[in-house]
Design a protein around this ligand. Sequence first.
Ligand code: ZN
Length: 164
Amino acid sequence: MSLTLVVFLWARPSPAHRAELAASPPKLMKDRVIKTEEEWKKMLTSEQFNVTRRKGTERAFTGAYWDNHAAGTYRCVCCGLDLFGAADKFDSGTGWPSFTQPVAAENVATRPDRGLFMTRTEVLCPRCDAHLGHVFEDGPAPTGLRYCMNSAALKFVKKAEEEK
Ligand SMILES: [Zn+2]
């Protein structure tokens, strides 16, 4: 048996460990962006602040990106981290920009959001803790997931401008 295979088998989480992982707090990045409320207020519009730092939700069909079909990348409006690619965006009919998956698993964090009538899964920026939206399990292929985001939490960068 090769060493790689041995390490792989050894490193695989047991079922109990997987449950533990699922219950653990959101995995956060190393190069964290931490600012005070006042600092965020200065750099964001009131709607961006309300959504990302106060867990607000923009009204459906009012945001900048629900109907955006251009090629490019959606970044965190607070810290600029790449979150979603236009190729993974789909028309959900909800009036919010919707994606089947993030650019990479580690580029979003999730945690349970227990409301009065239902428990949803909140989606956050792993670098600056911005509230982005929620993820639901009623999305299309290939993941079956629907990342329902707020335009106000995103900054779209067109493909041609991405290199700048
Ligand atoms: Zn961020």
